[in-house]
Write a protein that binds this ligand. Structure first.
Ligand SMILES: [Zn+2]
Length: 674
């Protein structure tokens, strides 16, 4: 009935229905209104947008306008004690965990948000462009207790969540999704601790067809690479409260720091590697393996701990039917492990400034030894180089684990062979040490990492890193409708997720180096890593920290790179040469401004060269002349750069000679034109 009434209404003109007619439109005689960018001054934004979340944090003193943690900074600590059993026959983990949640926030927590990432392997949850190798039942939670009280897993949470006088009840929702919520009968008071007990099981997905890291976690029933395998407490922070971003596959994590105590029960003869330090080598290793391990820190040699032909209980491990491997880690934000029936175990060392030698472990299948042939020197170089570039590697070991996922990082664990070892090792600084929210701000993690990889790989080859050209290259991408700004949540970045999260940051830092110098950029990053180690910075903290570390208000720069997809698009519009003087007309057609940097070629003969104040001679007749970005702040699109080198004739000019500023066409940056 209702439907027929609606159909009748749409047949009548809306204006007739409400008794209103629009005024007659005047006949247009003037030209159509179109956009003429040249006719309007360029509106250069010189601050960064502030959100309610960061404003509140500044007011509360949890963060500081200097970019450092505020005097009232806090974060939760979440400790895990986990017992897990691997059954190769069913490819299933069965686990039981006791989670201690230290509520260091000033808030009474009325709920606990859980991350159940393995529910992405169920067929009916939302997913990004990752595809699991196999659909499973997901993470099947069989018991939850909060402070000793059992949660009825079948009951629906009461409506109103305790508002309007309704009593709060202990209940859970979303157990079949990647984010679940436990509503609490009594809140967790500030400065108090709550205990969660959870039992669960999850089948590790295997088989062909998995796409995306973490989407295939085993080879048949002989090698397992469990990640995101246990129910985790979501992040609760001063910016957004509980983090309720669903896990879609491509974007990564935002986890609490805490201590882990994990007991992994596997068949005897299987080797187990993982986050943390093995606490019971006497119970699970052979005497031979323990003796070999004792020599690892003595040299850079690669030592075989368990060889190809040492397989089975009593040879690769202690004898028995099943063995329980006990790993423990202090202050990490996740725990990953791997187990295989026929792993080889080799080890070497890296020497960390201030710490000394630490072990690098490599667990791989014998037939894949080639993929690990260079893993030791690459990983050692990465740990030692990044320790000097940023701050010393803070963990007691690093382990490479062979398996279907070959390019993924967890604390002290690289699911990688030599191919991605340098990149994955750098992740030990972000997000394992500086705990960025990768789900939303992937660039603060993958992007910084890509920049560091350029430096590391050049250092390993003994050459100067090449950062020239990178910033300029962004001019070719700018303008794509598919590109989300870097501040757009990476979890929803779409087809250009990879560019937004990985590739754009080195381009941005190339331009920053073009303004303040690459050494200054790296020094500031080092100070930032130190200030935020084992904490959780936001983009505003990063931006304001860098401004202070670099001693410059660069908010215009951050605004255009992080909040927009605009470019500079500079050119030389003309040169008026008059004897020994020249005036270069520089244009910027894009919305992003940039300093004016000219390489000026002077004639070999003539009056003696007197360098300009803003010039640096790079050889007898070539100078780099710069004007600060401020020359654009009045909105003009052209700048007249007057050149005078004591009357020496100017024979050539190149704008942005190091190609650091995003530019669509390089061929209009030179005079005379080729
Ligand atoms: Zn990465």
């Amino acid at each position: 009935m209702l439907r027929r009434v609606i159909v009748a209404l749409v047949l009548v003109s809306p204006a007739a229905l409400i008794g209103f007619e629009p005024p007659a439109r005047p006949v247009r005689s003037s030209p159509a209104i179109t956009q003429d960018t040249n006719a309007v001054p360029r509106a250069i934004r010189r601050d960064v947008p502030m959100t309610n979340a960061i404003r509140r944090a500044f007011e509360a003193g949890t963060r500081d306008r200097s970019g450092r943690p505020g005097p009232k900074y806090w974060q939760l600590q979440v400790d895990y004690a986990i017992d897990v059993r691997l059954d190769p026959a069913t490819q299933t983990l069965t686990g039981s965990e006791r989670v201690t949640l230290h509520n260091n926030s000033p808030d009474a927590l009325t709920e606990i948000v859980l991350r159940l990432d393995h529910n992405i392997f169920r067929g009916l949850v939302p997913r990004g462009f990752s595809t699991p190798a196999e659909n499973t039942d997901g993470m099947v939670v069989t018991r939850i207790g909060v402070n000793g009280e059992a949660v009825d897993l079948g009951a629906r949470p009461a409506g109103g969540r305790g508002r309007g006088g309704a009593p709060r009840t202990l209940a859970v929702s979303g157990l079949d999704q990647t984010v679940a919520r436990i509503s609490l009968a009594s809140p967790i008071a500030p400065a108090s601790t709550a205990t969660l007990e959870i039992d669960w099981r999850t089948k590790l997905p295997g088989g062909p067809g998995g796409r995306g890291h973490r989407m295939t976690q085993r080879w048949d029933d002989t090698l397992f690479q469990p990640t995101q395998w246990f129910p985790r407490v979501a992040k609760y922070d001063d910016l957004r409260g509980w983090d309720t971003q669903v896990y879609l596959g491509p974007a990564e994590f935002y986890n609490n720091f805490g201590r882990f105590d994990v007991r992994i029960d596997v068949p005897a003869g299987w080797l187990v590697s993982g986050t943390g330090v093995l606490r019971n080598p006497d119970e699970v290793l052979t005497a031979t393996a323990r003796e070999r391990l004792a020599r690892v820190l003595e040299s850079d040699e690669v030592i075989t701990i368990v060889g190809e032909h040492e397989a089975g209980p009593g040879r690769s491990t202690a004898p028995g039917d099943r063995l329980v491997w006990h790993y423990a880690a202090g202050m990490v934000n996740d725990f990953a492990w791997a187990a295989a029936r026929s792993y080889m175990w080799r080890a070497t060392r890296a020497t960390i400034p201030g710490t000394g030698p630490i072990p690098i472990h490599m667990f791989h299948l014998p037939e894949r030894a080639k993929l690990f042939a260079n893993a030791a020197p690459i990983t050692r170089h990465a740990l030692e180089f990044y320790s000097k570039l940023l701050v010393p590697y803070p963990f007691p070991q690093l382990t490479l684990q062979d398996g279907p996922s070959a390019g993924m990082e967890y604390p002290m664990v690289l699911n990688s062979n030599q191919g991605a070892a340098d990149h994955e090792a750098a992740h030990q600084w972000w997000p394992m040490m500086v705990g960025t929210n990768e789900t939303v701000y992937g660039w603060m993690d993958e992007g910084f990492n890509q920049y560091m990889n350029i430096l590391s790989q050049a250092d390993a080859r003994g050459v100067e890193p090449s950062l020239d050209g990178l910033g300029g290259r962004y001019g070719q991408t700018s303008g794509s409708e598919d590109e989300p700004p870097m501040m757009w949540a990476a979890n929803h970045a779409g087809p250009m997720y990879g560019f937004q999260t990985y590739s754009k940051t080195p381009l941005m830092l190339s331009m920053l180096g073009g303004i303040v110098g690459d050494e200054a950029v790296q020094r500031a990053l080092r100070e930032y890593a130190g200030a935020w180690a084992f904490k959780h910075p936001s983009p505003w903290d990063f931006v304001f920290f860098m401004n202070n570390a670099l001693g410059q208000d660069l908010n215009w720069f951050w605004y255009y790179w992080l909040w927009t997809t605009e470019a500079v698009n500079g050119s030389i519009a003309g040169v008026k040469a008059d004897g020994g003087r020249a005036v270069v007309t520089v244009r910027q057609d894009g919305e992003m401004p940039a300093p004016v940097v000219l390489r000026v070629q002077l004639a070999p003969d003539g009056p003696e060269i007197e360098p300009m104040k803003n010039a640096k001679m790079i050889d007898a007749t070539t100078a780099i002349v710069t004007w600060p970005v401020d020359v654009w702040f009045d909105g003009t699109r052209t700048f007249e750069a007057a050149l005078d080198f004591g009357g020496r004739r100017v024979t050539g000019v190149t704008l942005d000679p190091h190609r650091r500023f995003p530019d669509r066409h390089a061929d209009d940056n030179v005079w005379p034109r080729p």
